[in-house]
Design a protein around this ligand. Structure first.
Ligand SMILES: [Zn+2]
Length: 135
C-alpha cells in the first residue's frame, strides 16, 4: 500500500523532530483520503518525553472537531524516535489501536531524514511505501 505525502508535510515532520530532540516530537496527520497534506504539530504531554509520546488530547479533540466541520480528515499520527530506528517500538505496538490509522515515525539524531509510514491494522503495523507529491 502507498501513502501520498506532500513535501511540505514531510519537511514539517523533519523540522518538528529536529526541534524536539532529545524529546519525541508528535503531531496529527491531516489530509483528504490517503494523502497526508498537513502536519498539525502537537505538544508531547507524556511525562517521559525522551522515550514516549502522548499527543495533547485537546489537539486531537480540535482536529476531530475541525474534520467534522468540513476540515481535512484525521489520517493518523506522527512522532519521532530521537535515538531509535524509524520502526514502531514495543510501546507503539501496545498503544496502536489497529484502527487503520497511518503512523509516521521519524528517526535520526540530527538530520531527522529517515521517516517511514505504517498502517495500524488489526494484526499490527504494516509498512506503507511513500509517494512524495507536490501540493
Ligand atoms: Zn515510537
Amino acid at each position: 500500500m502507498v501513502v501520498e505525502v506532500t513535501r511540505e508535510a514531510l519537511e514539517a515532520m523533519r523540522r518538528a523532530a529536529r526541534l524536539a530532540h532529545p524529546h519525541e516530537a508528535c503531531g496529527i496527520l491531516l489530509g483528504p483520503a490517503s494523502r497526508v497534506t498537513t502536519l498539525c504539530e502537537a505538544t508531547n504531554v507524556h511525562p517521559s518525553p525522551q522515550t514516549h509520546f502522548e499527543i495533547d488530547p485537546q489537539a486531537l479533540i480540535d482536529a476531530h472537531r475541525q474534520a467534522r466541520d468540513g476540515g481535512p480528515a484525521v489520517l493518523g499520527y506522527f512522532h519521532s524516535h530521537p535515538s531509535g530506528p524509524a520502526e514502531p517500538s514495543a510501546t507503539d505496538v501496545e498503544m496502536a489501536a489497529g484502527d487503520g490509522s497511518i503512523w509516521a515515525i521519524c528517526a535520526g539524531e540530527s538530520d531527522a531524514s529517515d521517516i517511514r509510514f505504517f498502517r495500524s491494522g488489526k494484526g499490527g503495523f504494516t509498512r506503507l511505501s511513500m509517494d512524495l507529491i507536490d501540493g
